[in-house]
Design a protein around this ligand. Structure first.
Ligand SMILES: NC(=O)C1=CN([C@@H]2O[C@H](COP(=O)(O)OP(=O)(O)OC[C@H]3O[C@@H](n4cnc5c(N)ncnc54)[C@H](O)[C@@H]3O)[C@@H](O)[C@H]2O)C=CC1
Ligand SMILES: CC(C)(CO)C(=O)C(=O)O
Length: 298
């Protein structure tokens, strides 16, 4: 399969690099990473290891591919969609955190699949990406149900050795992941603690509240996600990733823009569309945005 990875930073480089062992992959990245991969190939180190040679470019438009993977940060999704609108792609799959697929679907003619990834990735230096944890890619139709396109993409991922599940319940899975991110990411970023610090703590109760509110909004969107399931998902992730510094905490620590708009901000906006108030998510989003506007982003 010819695969375009739009936004090859940490996650896109890892997934694109693994796919490159059997597929024709082009990484759309920024220099010096793109130049380094073009000149000397890509080293994958850590929990996965390989040396592969995908194509790499800073040119964003004019590509042709069977699949475009979107792995920019959520706040770059609109720009990615605009660039992909000038490409010829058969399908689009987002592996981003936050609810970004709707924006891609509204701007692109190609079918958009929903995806989540629990692989851990870190771009160590140009041309070198570390797999910090072997996880799983889950993908499927945005509205749920069986989908031959998702099956084809899932097979292409599995052929390259990626642990991949093709799911028929992506709406529930996306909202469950959103509930986990709404709870864990914002709370750990604001209190500057590892995920594990939320276990049995008042801050953990705050994460539960944000997750429960998210589940309530999911149900307003006709997605079946009981409060208990969202809460248990938070507890499970806190336990399994106790030593992690969440991606939002890492953004705050490196004084970079966070994905708050696509996570807690999205919960607030969608709730408002139903005339429903989500005070915990609103507060978390307001605090993070205040940090971003203030001293936050370098
Ligand atoms: N890193 C990880 O382990 C995981 C990340 N995610 C999600 O995946 C998404 C990406 O995360 P990361 O890879 O960590 O972020 P990142 O910041 O390392 O990678 C995004 C890359 O996109 C590039 N980019 C943005 N606009 C571009 C453009 N127009 N042309 C070319 N390149 C462009 C940026 O330069 C950057 O290198 C986020 O939504 C994140 O929450 C999800 C699971 C795990
Ligand atoms: C699951 C979790 C919370 C793991 O840290 C994550 O997705 C993130 O940090 O963005």
């Amino acid at each position: 399969m010819r695969i375009l990875v739009f936004g090859a930073g940490s996650l896109g480089t890892l997934v694109g690099g693994l796919l490159a062992s059997v597929h024709d992959v082009t990484l759309v990245a920024r220099d010096p990473h793109a130049a380094r991969v073009s000149a000397a190939g890509l080293d994958i180190v850590g929990a996965e290891s390989a040396h592969v040679s995908p194509a790499a470019t800073t040119t964003e438009t004019g590509h042709s591919a069977g699949l475009a993977l979107v792995t920019v940060k959520s706040f770059d999704t609109a720009a990615a969609a605009d660039a992909l609108a000038d490409c010829d792609v058969g399908a689009v799959l987002s592996l981003q955190n936050g609810l970004t697929e709707e924006m891609l679907a509204s701007r692109l003619d190609a079918p958009v699949l929903a995806g989540t990834a629990t692989y851990g990735a870190r771009l160590v230096e140009p041309g070198r990406v570390e797999c910090t944890g072997v996880g799983r890619v889950v993908l499927g139709a945005l509205d749920g149900g069986p989908d031959p396109l998702a099956e084809r993409v899932g097979k292409a991922f599995r052929d390259a050795g990626l642990d991949t599940l093709v799911a028929t319940d992506m709406p529930r899975r996306r909202w469950e992941k959103l509930a986990v991110n709404a709870g864990i990411n914002a709370v750990t970023a604001l209190s500057r603690v590892e995920n594990g610090a939320l276990a049995g703590d008042d801050a953990g109760e705050l994460a539960h509240r944000a997750a429960r509110e998210t589940a309530r909004v999911a149900r307003l969107e006709r997605v079946s996600l009981p409060n208990r399931v969202a809460r248990e998902a938070v507890d499970r992730v806190v336990e399994k990733t106790a030593a992690n510094r969440s991606s939002m905490l890492q953004d705050v620590e490196s004084e970079k823009q966070t994905e708050v708009d696509a996570i807690n901000g999205a919960v607030v906006d969608i709730a408002a569309g139903h005339g429903f108030e989500v005070p915990t998510n609103r507060t978390l989003a307001a605090l993070l945005r205040a940090w971003e506007r203030g001293e936050g982003i370098r």
